[in-house]
Every structure is written in C-alpha cells, then in structure tokens.
Design a protein around this ligand. Structure first.
Ligand code: CDT
Length: 315
C-alpha cells in the first residue's frame, strides 16, 4: 500500500501585534482551502501561529501577558480552523502559546488528525533567549521569561500511515531533538519557527541565518532517514524581520519545496514515507551501527567539560 502523504507547508507572513486570533485563523482557513485544492492531506503551520511573536515585548508582571496565551484548544477563535481542516480531510500541526489551568506556560504545538481530533501535543524543550530585559539588544527575545521548558519530551504519533514527531523552532538546531524521535521511529518531523534575521547575541552575517536554518534540518533529515518539514512565520513583524525559507526536506536531506516569499504561502510535496525505509535499514540502521557505550555523556552532562591535562587528549 502506498504511503504517500501530500504535505503542505503553510508559511504565514507577519502577524501585527493588534491582529486578532479570528484574522489569523481566517488566513489559515484560506491556506487549508488552497491545500485541499492541491491535494494535501497534512498541513504544517508555524510556531505561535495565532499571535505576533510576543516574547519580543518585556512585561514585569507576567500575568499581564495572559491574553497572548490559549487556555483551551480548540477555543471559540480556533474552532473554525479545526472545522475547515476536518471538512477538507486534512490533518495539521499548529503552534501556539499554552496557559494551563494550573498556571503553567508553554510554547506548544499540537498534531491534529484528519477528523479534527488532537492526536498529540508537544511543548518546546529548547527555549532560546533570556528572561530579563536586556537594554543592549535592538529587540528582546524573552522566551525564557514567558515559557517553562517543555515537560512532555519528544513524542511521536501514528498518523497518516506513518510515524510523526513534533519540534518547535530552536529545537531544530539540536541534534538530540531529531535523534530521540529517530529512536522512536519518526518518519516525519514537523516544526514551526519564528527566526529573526538578526542575531542580537553576537555578530553574524545575516545570510547565515537562512543557511543554518536549512543546514540543521537537512542534515538531521539525512542522519535520521526521515522527512523534515520546517514552516516559518516570515516578514517584518512590528519592525522585526523574520526569515522565511519554509521548506519540505526528504530523507536524503534534499529540499523538495521551498517558499520564495515572506507572505502567507503554501508549498507542497507528495511525500513518500517509504523513502525512509532504505536509510533506516542501511547506513542509519540504528540497531546495527550505534555504539551507545560511547554516548553516555550526551544524557548525563549538559556543558562541555574540557580535558585538564594536555596528555589526556592523546591518551
Ligand atoms: N523562536 C525561536 O526559537 N527562535 C530562535 C531565535 C534564536 S535568537 C534568540 C531560533 O532558534 O530560530
């Protein structure tokens, strides 16, 4: 039986700070309509797809930021997306800010099946940025202030005839993200991102932002024998430029489709999940080739620990 999933990567252009949830959802419903007309069965939306990227704003009292978060999913504003997608027979990934009933805040994403049922939830593990106002930066990146590190790990779910895993933005830069899901058999890893074109932590030529975006996702698609779908929120959002470059990557590491605008734009690929079979059975046959006796510090040590004596390097 064929395992072709026609994938839609639904890049979104900027969301202004005063743009309503209803307006964002209407834009997503239009992307679902396009996806249906192009034969898609699965659509990936960006990180924090219902609001502007609010971690760029500092607020002393975090409870004053509550309006940026969702307390139910779907809620009144998001239900039309669930209805449009299920009517179209399309499953989707959606990123949003989550405020739990007991007051925890996460940068979250859900995996919804083609009937509109939430099949999986992921909470962002690798939170970039800082937790306090840093005046030397041209804009803030306060994810460490407004979110706790995800507490659900890197799950995978059976959907669309395959095994799908989720990540969010900065997670895509970490090999561990993909390898944990690879060890659970992930055949497609989907993620949304909001990436400024400027590194405010250190000097870096702007073109490297796109290079590193694609480099990390392509390399890890190859090294885990899986599809990777990365979807941007792009364009100038409240004066801050976010890179686009949304793309669909096959298990060879090659890009099969890439967005060319910084606007709402749907790109698609008829993705054969069986393309994962050869790399998973050969060069990246984990059971056959991994040498876990040498990998222990990956899960027990956070920072680099340097050798104390020069001779230790050679021994
Ligand atoms: N949203 C997000 O995770 N963005 C980061 C920007 C890092 S700069 C603090 C990213 O890795 O793209």
């Amino acid at each position: 039986m064929s395992r072709i999933v026609t994938i839609g990567a639904a890049q979104m252009g900027a969301i202004a700070p005063d743009e309503s949830r209803e307006s964002c959802v209407a834009r997503m419903v239009e992307l679902i309509r396009q996806a249906k007309s192009r034969g898609c069965t699965f659509v990936v939306f960006p990180e924090l797809a219902l609001t502007t990227f609010f971690p760029r704003y500092f607020e002393e009292d975090i409870s004053r930021m509550d309006h940026w978060y969702e307390t139910e999913m779907p809620g009144p504003a998001t239900r039309p997306l669930f209805e449009a997608a299920s009517e179209a027979g399309i499953g989707f990934y959606l990123g949003y800010a989550e405020l739990t009933p007991d007051g925890h805040r996460f940068n979250s994403a859900i995996l919804v099946d083609e009937t509109g049922r939430i099949n999986g939830k992921y909470r962002k593990v690798h939170l970039p940025g800082h937790s306090e106002y840093e005046p030397h930066r041209p804009f803030q990146h306060l994810e460490k202030r407004y979110f706790e590190p995800g507490d659900l790990g890197f799950g995978v779910w059976r959907q669309h005839g395959g095994i799908i895993g989720m990540a969010i933005c900065n997670d895509r830069r970490w090999a561990e993200t993909y390898r944990v899901m690879g060890l659970k058999g992930a055949e497609m890893i989907v993620l949304g991102y909001n990436t400024p074109d400027l590194n405010t932590s250190g000097h870096e030529p702007n073109h490297l932002r796109m290079f590193h975006n694609h480099l990390a996702m392509q390399a890890n698609a190859y090294m885990n024998g899986c599809w990777v779908v990365g979807v941007a929120k792009a364009g100038i959002e409240d004066g801050c430029m976010l890179i686009g470059g949304s793309c669909i990557i096959q298990p060879s590491g090659e890009i099969t489709a890439v967005a060319t605008s910084l606007e709402d734009e749907l790109i698609t690929t008829a993705g054969d999940l069986d393309l994962c079979n050869m790399p998973k059975a050969t060069i990246f046959n984990f059971a056959k080739h991994r040498r876990i006796e040498h990998y222990g510090i990956i899960a027990s040590q956070t920072g680099a620990e340097l050798p104390t004596k020069l001779s230790e390097v050679a021994e």
